[in-house]
Design a protein around this ligand. Structure first.
Ligand code: AMP
Length: 210
């Protein structure tokens, strides 16, 4: 299964990707995670991406396209993958389609996760990640265990979240008609609890397969 998750920041893409990777047995490929790892390791790529990331802007297309091309060429991604946070622009989507066409392995579905804006801000500002496990928590709705080693993403401060939401509306929302026209888009309501959202995604994916 080759799946893309599309949705605004804090819509639950990362949480769903973490669960779907287990349920479907394919790797999760998250450009946000890859960029944060590059930044933590202070690589040239990480330092190049840092300014855009910290101000809630998008990293240039060629940078993320290169990262994803390398990653999907790896052995574990040959049986499929869940893309989380890529593509985020139509040029990224076109480049991905060209790469997958070349290998005769097109996308199976693009899952759009819908969540109202005020809920997104509440989710992002109270979101915490366990540094050791990558598990994502919410201080109010999904509190972490006492021994979690928590991190608050630098770009989850309210002002930056608003900038990221604006970037989503300006750039990423254009992906929805793009994938709709290709007959790949399925929509889920992402405002409920994560478990229910996962089941709805799996139901929609199996409906498409049959
Ligand atoms: P995420 O973890 O998906 O919310 O991504 C965090 C940040 O990384 C974004 O706000 C962007 O600055 C950058 N980023 C991640 N994926 C992409 C992408 N596909 N295109 C451009 N920038 C990206």
């Amino acid at each position: 299964m080759r799946i893309v998750l599309v949705g605004p920041p804090a819509s639950g893409k990362g949480t769903q990707a973490n669960v779907l990777t287990e349920r479907l047995g394919v790797p999760k490929i998250s450009t946000g995670d890859m960029l944060r790892a590059a930044l933590a390791a202070k690589t040239e790529l990480g330092l190049k991406a840092a300014e855009a990331m910290n101000s809630g802007k998008l990293v240039p297309d060629d940078v993320v396209i290169g990262l994803v091309e390398e990653r999907i060429a790896q052995a574990d991604a040959q049986k499929g993958f869940i893309l989380d946070g890529f593509p985020r622009t139509v040029p990224q989507a076109e480049s991905l389609a060209a790469t997958l066409d070349k290998s005769g392995t097109p996308l199976d579905a693009v899952v759009q996760i819908d969540v109202p804006r005020d809920l997104l801000i509440d989710r992002a500002t109270l979101r915490r990640t366990d540094k050791r496990t990558g598990q994502i928590y919410h201080l109010k709705y999904n509190p972490p265990p006492p021994d979690a080693d928590l991190e608050h993403r630098a770009d989850d401060q309210e002002e930056t979240v608003r900038a990221r939401l604006d970037q989503y509306d300006a750039m990423t929302a254009a992906l929805l008609p793009y994938y709709e026209a290709k007959g790949l888009l399925v929509r889920v309501d992402g405002s409920g609890a994560p478990k229910g959202v996962t089941e709805e995604i799996l139901r929609l994916l199996s409906e498409r397969k049959s």
